[in-house]
Write a protein that binds this ligand. Structure first.
Ligand SMILES: *[C@@H]1O[C@H](CO)[C@@H](O)[C@H](O)[C@H]1NC(C)=O
Ligand SMILES: *[C@@H]1O[C@H](CO)[C@@H](O)[C@H](O)[C@H]1NC(C)=O
Ligand SMILES: *[C@@H]1O[C@H](CO)[C@@H](O)[C@H](O)[C@H]1NC(C)=O
Length: 240
């Protein structure tokens, strides 16, 4: 290696180091990210010492009935499940972090609730959680729900009812409480096809007690009733 090449390498190396430092300083979200990750808010449920359950509030947006088998009731629903809760470990003062009030974090880096359907199963798209500086967390994964609907009334009145009961898989209601955001499933984004009308779409919270255990087990039942548009008029049920 000639002397001039060596000088060039050294010059380049110092140039790169400087560029990297500048880059780090300019990163808007990195200092806050480092701070939040150092708080170890990942593996345990955010309940404080006051004996109060963590509320996880749920809102369900129904986008589409992707498939529905009118013989078995097996259905695939396209949804967004909106979860929100408070994790005070993730709160910060915006004035310490360039005025940042909202931060997106990989959901695997924070605690998220283990809320699942009791029957059926889901395919959840991997999206970040949105954390506000108050510690409020929004987590809204697009979710494909496979479930079984009640088709027993289809031949008589053209209706099919799909009910989905969801709750925490491992926490009882004294630790994690599920709340519904409102009394209805959100259908504002529903893809209206020419086969079904939605005649009812409710969300209800019920608390179950089992013989085994004194603890309450709260769950949300989301229920949607579909009515075939052409049922009766064209003898729809004969052809399906
Ligand atoms: C959880 O929600 C219920 C019903 O809205 C409310 O009464 C309770 O105070 C909430 N608990 C906490 C810890 O915020
Ligand atoms: C089926 O229809 C009967 C009679 O109208 C009603 O009582 C029952 O709740 C319906 N079942 C479902 C699953 O909608
Ligand atoms: C549920 O979510 C939808 C879509 O974000 C929203 O329009 C609706 O107001 C929410 N429901 C409640 C009760 O907040």
């Amino acid at each position: 290696m000639g002397a001039s090449t060596a000088v060039l390498v050294i010059v380049m190396a110092s140039y790169l180091a400087t560029a990297e430092d500048v880059n780090v300083q300019c990163q808007r979200y990195d200092p806050l990210y480092k701070e939040l990750m150092s708080r170890e808010a990942k593996n345990t449920i955010p309940v404080d010492g006051k004996d109060e359950a963590l509320n996880v509030t749920i809102n369900l947006t129904l986008l589409k009935i992707t498939s529905l088998n009118l013989r078995t009731g097996d259905a695939v629903l396209d949804t967004w499940v909106h979860y929100e809760w408070e994790d005070s470990r993730l709160a910060w003062d915006p004035s310490d972090y360039k005025g940042i009030t909202v931060m997106n974090l990989p959901h695997s880096n924070i605690w998220t609730p283990d809320i699942v359907p009791y029957r059926g199963h889901t395919v959840v798209t991997d999206v970040p959680a949105v954390v506000f500086n108050s510690g409020l967390v929004y987590y809204i994964p697009p979710t494909i729900i496979k479930t079984r609907c009640d088709v027993s009334n289809y031949t008589t009145d053209g209706t099919v009812t799909c009910s989905l009961k969801i709750g925490s898989w491992t926490y009882n209601g004294n630790i994690l409480d599920v709340q519904n955001k409102g009394p209805e499933i959100d259908v504002s984004e529903y893809y209206h096809d020419n086969q079904w009308d939605i005649t009812e779409h409710s969300m209800q919270r019920r608390v179950h007690h089992y013989d085994c255990c004194p603890e309450p087990y709260p769950a949300i039942t989301a229920s949607v009733t579909l009515k075939a548009k052409r049922h009766g008029l064209l003898g729809w049920s004969l052809f399906h």
